[in-house]
Design a protein around this ligand. Structure first.
Ligand SMILES: Cc1cc2nc3c(=O)[nH]c(=O)nc-3n(C[C@H](O)[C@H](O)[C@H](O)COP(=O)(O)OP(=O)(O)OC[C@H]3O[C@@H](n4cnc5c(N)ncnc54)[C@H](O)[C@@H]3O)c2cc1C
Length: 291
């Protein structure tokens, strides 16, 4: 199938793009931003999306950067995922984000697909969602009323929906660097390498006197949006990350989940079981990296 007809715009600057989105909105036209096209183009071809206009951000070079800003790494929305994968700054100062990036599709997808596109698309199976939750990332969004910063916990609204208005553009994602002594782990299960995950988990923690502190656990591929597992975090906090405790924390976390998605790839029950196992493995690995 071919996409339905649309008008195509390719602004040179962010200001032009924002003004264009506002103008199209005023004219009651449905505009979509085009970034790497790795998710949007298939949706257009299948006519799952039929916008009146596409606003391509590709010419806006000012949105393509990776910068250290003290203890924060700022990534421009149009930075490719392969650039994030190849960044020494990200690999050495925030290895969890590096690991999550390696698990997004194949290298070819990461060459074209942008970091901002993955966040904005808010796919339930996107690795970046769980990374954002455990790392406490911030998203910078710019629109006709200026700029706002949205913390990760408020960013994901529901299935394929992030807190970005139709006249706004996600311009930057900000991730804190890994604090010294923090252990981390990022694991997922997919049928083949490069496939979307059936489910996955991310963990950060510290060990103080051999017991777990500051534990963050998030899972993805299970519900409409990435989810923090507060009950599992509470269970393991103050305990040693032995295999038994980690297994029990995984069970507590999985039991506390809202009914997981069920589709042709995996049943809800299978996904719940996967989460129990992946959370347990992540806790043990994160503890081994913390000590
Ligand atoms: C075979 C295959 C395997 C894949 N596997 C995975 C995987 O394992 N994990 C994973 O996470 N993803 C996977 N993807 C999706 C891929 O990561 C996409 O790159 C990503 O979802 C979208 O990024 P993009 O730059 O291509 O955005 P586009 O496809 O151009 O846009 C996606 C959506 O985000 C909006 N958007 C894009 N940029 C912005 C912005 N700056 N501000 C506001 N809105 C914006 C668009 O309007 C559109 O609605 C896979 C894709 C393919 C084709």
């Amino acid at each position: 199938m071919k996409p339905a007809p649309f008008d195509y715009y390719s602004p040179d600057t962010l200001e032009e793009a924002v003004a264009l989105l506002a103008k199209l909105e005023n004219e009651d036209l449905d505009a979509k931003i085009l970034a790497g096209g790795q998710s949007l183009m298939p949706m257009l071809s299948l006519r799952l999306a039929r916008p009146d206009a596409l606003v391509d951000l590709r010419k806006i070079g000012a949105l393509d950067y990776i910068r250290e800003d003290g203890d924060t790494i700022a990534i421009g929305a149009m930075t490719s995922k392969s650039a994030a994968e190849d960044s020494d700054v990200i690999r050495t100062r925030q290895p969890l984000f590096h690991e999550a990036t390696l698990l997004v599709g194949h290298r070819q997808i990461r060459n074209r697909g942008t970091v901002g596109g993955s966040f904005a698309h808010a796919e339930p199976t996107a690795e970046y969602g769980a990374a954002a939750m455990v790392l406490g990332m911030d998203m910078k969004v710019v629109g006709p009323n200026g700029e706002r910063i949205v913390p990760a916990k408020d960013f994901y609204v529901t299935y394929l929906t992030a807190d970005i208005d139709s006249t706004e553009i996600l311009t930057e994602v900000r991730l804190p660097v890994l604090k010294k002594g923090t252990g981390w782990s990022f694991q997922e299960m997919s049928r083949r390498q490069g496939d979307h995950a059936l489910a996955g988990a991310a963990v950060t923690l510290r060990l103080v006197g051999g017991v777990c502190k500051d534990v963050c656990i998030a899972v993805f591929g299970v519900n409409a949006s990435p989810t923090r597992l507060a009950e599992a975090e509470a269970f393991i906090t103050g305990k040693a990350a032995t295999e038994d405790n980690a297994r029990e924390a995984g069970r507590v976390g999985a039991d506390g989940l809202e009914e997981p998605m069920s589709d042709v790839h995996a049943t809800a029950q299978y996904r719940r079981g996967l989460i129990a196992t992946l959370v347990a493995r992540c806790l043990v690995e994160a503890a081994s990296r913390a000590s």
